[in-house]
Design a protein around this ligand. Structure first.
Ligand code: FAD
Ligand code: SF4
Ligand code: SF4
Ligand code: SF4
Length: 380
């Protein structure tokens, strides 16, 4: 049975709870708001299945994509609503047109982020746009399996660990399954997100949220939140939730030792932002959003070839300098520990002072590094 010695050893994928036929596992939130499994020993038969399906215990070897593209949707409205080039919507549309079902992350009525199924384009549109909060998988692995067994085409999208978890949970290959993951920096705490929303609800009910509003451009994206009384459109550095996320103050512990980045998820396609596009394919850069598409399988290539888009073939090496999340997990720092110490009393008010402290300490470190290098040169 699953025994967690360290929080880093669980990405919260729900594969174990989904596979346990004896309903011996439940997922519950810890003090940071992340879900972890607990086993009821009296119900457990020690069959070992939960360990077999765990994508942290059984990690694949890193791989590089077989093809890489820079691409964007021809539909300007869809691109505007999407985080990068709007390619997810095109791929999902293609599957829905063939009578398939698409899984992805959406907001529920309380603005929690949850995984769900979509049978049509209106339902699928709710998956559009990155939500920088860990989504809850719930029963969607089981739902996807049921569709697959009935022979229905299924497109499952999510973070790399969610795709790795799904693939291990299924324990066999299905010709009718397609999987898409996103390049993943890490997922912030759902508890911190809800605390941020509580503050905003004081200004009226929440009507709309976009983590990547492109009104001022793709590269200058803003966080947008609309309540009954006001609309806020702020650069990520000025919004406490986004600032804390980008400073890695409240990522899930597993994100600091990610089991599924570097092509380890087993997905057919990986989507990301093509940061640095202006240097390598300037003709593709109009600051409205450009995706990178990494193809890992022949099935992924067939789906990608079937969509209408503007694209150019590219190279994996072009992505690396501007997109560290492809291969590197963010470091776990003392600032995250400081955040959790202060959060209980101060809520998100502690974010900006901690970020300032971290920024000045890295400036000091840089200064000391340069000074040491200069002294080294002088001694020669
Ligand atoms: C938490 C997170 C971190 C990311 N970090 C990076 C990064 O470091 N570098 C980079 O290049 N790209 C990153 N991305 C991916 C990027 O933001 C875009 O999602 C991606 O480029 C696809 O863009 P699109 O325009 O094709 O589609 P979009 O419509 O923008 O994306 C929709 C897709 O994102 C999925 N999705 C949205 N929110 C979540 C969520 N919370 N959990 C699981 N799946 C979700 C949907 O299910 C759907 O598959 C991240 C995305 C997320 C969700
Ligand atoms: S060992 Fe088997 S019965 Fe026990 S929790 Fe794991 S899957 Fe369930
Ligand atoms: S990573 Fe997934 S399968 Fe492994 S313990 Fe956590 S929830 Fe269960
Ligand atoms: S960084 Fe890794 S562990 Fe964290 S959510 Fe993304 S894929 Fe999962």
């Amino acid at each position: 049975m699953i025994v967690l010695k360290d929080k880093k050893d669980c990405c919260g994928c729900h594969a174990c709870v989904s596979v346990c036929a004896h309903k011996a596992i439940t997922m519950s939130a810890d003090a940071e708001g992340f879900l972890y499994p607990t086993v009821a020993k009296e119900a457990c038969t020690e069959c070992g299945l939960c360990e077999q399906v765990c994508p942290v215990i059984h990690q694949a070897t890193p791989t590089r994509p077989i093809k890489v593209y820079a691409a964007r949707s021809k539909d300007e409205a869809i691109r505007q609503e999407s985080s990068s080039g709007g390619i997810f919507t095109l791929l999902a549309d293609a599957v829905i047109r063939e009578g398939g079902v698409v899984f992805g992350a959406k907001f529920d009525e309380k603005w929690n982020v949850v995984h769900a199924a979509a049978e049509n384009t209106d339902e699928m549109a709710l998956f559009r746009g990155s939500k920088y909060v860990q989504s809850t998988i719930g029963d969607t692995y089981k739902e996807a399996k049921s569709h697959l067994k009935q022979g229905r085409k299924v497109l499952f999208s999510g973070t790399p660990c969610q795709i790795a978890g799904l693939k291990r949970y299924l324990r066999k290959e299905y010709d009718n399954l397609l999987t898409i993951d996103v390049v993943c920096h890490g997922v912030p705490s759902p508890l911190v997100w809800q605390r941020y929303l509580e503050g905003m609800r004081a200004k009226g009910a929440i009507k709309d949220v976009a983590f990547r509003d492109k009104t001022r451009g793709w590269a200058q994206y803003a966080f947008r939140i609309r309540t009954e009384e006001q609309t806020l459109l702020l650069p990520p550095s000025e919004n406490p939730f986004m600032r804390g996320f980008l400073t890695d103050l409240y990522l899930r512990p597993s994100c600091h030792a990610c089991p599924a980045r570097c092509g380890k998820s087993g997905s057919d396609i990986t989507l990301g932002d093509f940061w640095g596009i202006q240097a390598v394919h300037p003709e593709m850069d109009d600051n409205k959003g450009c995706s990178t598409i990494m193809i890992h399988t022949a099935r992924g290539q067939v789906l990608y070839d079937s969509i209408e888009k503007v694209d150019v073939e590219s190279r994996y090496e072009y992505l690396l300098p501007e997109n560290p999340s492809l291969e590197h997990s963010p470091k776990s720092t003392k600032y995250a520990r400081l955040f959790w110490k202060r959060f209980a009393e101060q809520g998100l008010d502690c974010v900006f002072p901690i970020c300032k402290q971290k920024a000045s300490s890295s400036l000091l470190l840089q200064y000391l590094k340069i000074k040491r290098a200069l002294l080294g040169l002088l001694k020669r």
